[in-house]
Design a protein. Structure first.
Length: 289
């Protein structure tokens, strides 16, 4: 591969980071209420195209929101559209390399659409509801407590703080005055947490206490010595079906796709060869469960 080709590949890779199929290629009809966000040599780029491009970006980018990346994303799409316009002006639509790439893309799309339709057939009415019931069994409601704590360096310091509180000092005031932990400024407030959210010694002590109770003896963890106050407790509500439906769809889609692919391979005549082109031994037939 020449240096020039390497340079071209590098530029294409940079552009592809933000570019979904451009409007001129995608030919996706714009919704009636769509908004034109750019005009490139007379060719409009619609807001819906920007949203499609945004949804195809890595999660580490999309989690920041479209506002954070909109200007850069739009500029990349404008550049991509200019490449398309000028490529067509140079008659690349009839170029053998373009036709070959389009055939490869067509094969990929056909395979994806076929698989999606098979998945839709397998995910029958009531399937996701059964998956939701299984999800609830796997993720039962868990107890949470709302607590405050005061973190001290020594057991003696912790016992002294317990004495101050017993003498009438408010827990929150004692936390602000004596605690060495990051929650000191908030009166030691830790908010609600599950048993597994804290180190074992702390959780064991806190979850054994009653609402409103303050620990009578200091609790030792690797962070130091704690004085704990339990404010209240609750049982975490299970998420609704609609809340977890996207997650269930993704998981069900993956599982169904795996089974479909296994069925297709089992029912097909497939010959396998080594990297050098020599025949590979046939794979053992898995026993049906």
């Amino acid at each position: 591969m020449s240096r020039q080709t390497h340079a071209f590949v590098a530029v294409a890779a940079i552009l592809s980071i933000f570019a979904a199929p451009p409007p001129a290629l995608a030919q996706t009809p714009a919704p009636a209420n769509d908004v034109v966000v750019a005009n490139v040599e007379g060719t409009p780029i619609y807001r819906s195209a920007v949203l499609r491009a945004f949804s195809g970006l890595p999660p580490k980018i999309t989690e920041k929101g479209i506002e954070a990346i909109y200007a850069t994303l739009l500029e990349r799409m404008i550049q991509q559209q200019l490449l398309v316009i000028n490529g067509r002006k140079n008659n690349l639509a009839a170029d053998p390399q373009v036709k070959s790439r389009l055939k490869e893309l067509e094969d990929v799309v056909i395979g994806e659409v076929y698989l999606n339709r098979l998945i839709e057939k397998d995910i029958t009415p009531g399937f996701l509801e059964k998956q939701y019931a299984a999800f609830l069994k796997e993720n039962p409601p868990t107890e949470q407590i709302h607590a405050r704590h005061i973190l001290l360096k020594t057991e003696t310091d912790a016992k002294n703080v317990i004495g101050h509180i017993a003498a009438g000092k408010k827990f929150e005031d004692a936390a602000r005055e004596f605690s060495t932990g990051p929650s000191a400024a908030n009166g030691g407030d830790l908010g609600f947490f599950k048993r597994t959210d804290m180190v074992k010694a702390f959780s064991d002590a806190a979850f054994a206490m009653r609402d409103g109770e303050i620990s009578k003896t200091p609790v030792k963890t690797r962070f130091g010595w704690h004085v704990i106050q339990v404010v209240e407790r609750k049982i975490e509500k299970a998420p609704s079906f609609e809340q977890v439906k996207p997650q269930l769809m993704r998981r069900a889609g993956r599982n169904v796709a795996i089974k479909i692919m296994e069925r297709l391979v089992d029912g097909a005549k497939v010959e396998r060869f080594t990297f050098e082109g020599k025949p590979l031994p046939k794979l053992p037939i898995a026993k049906k469960r």
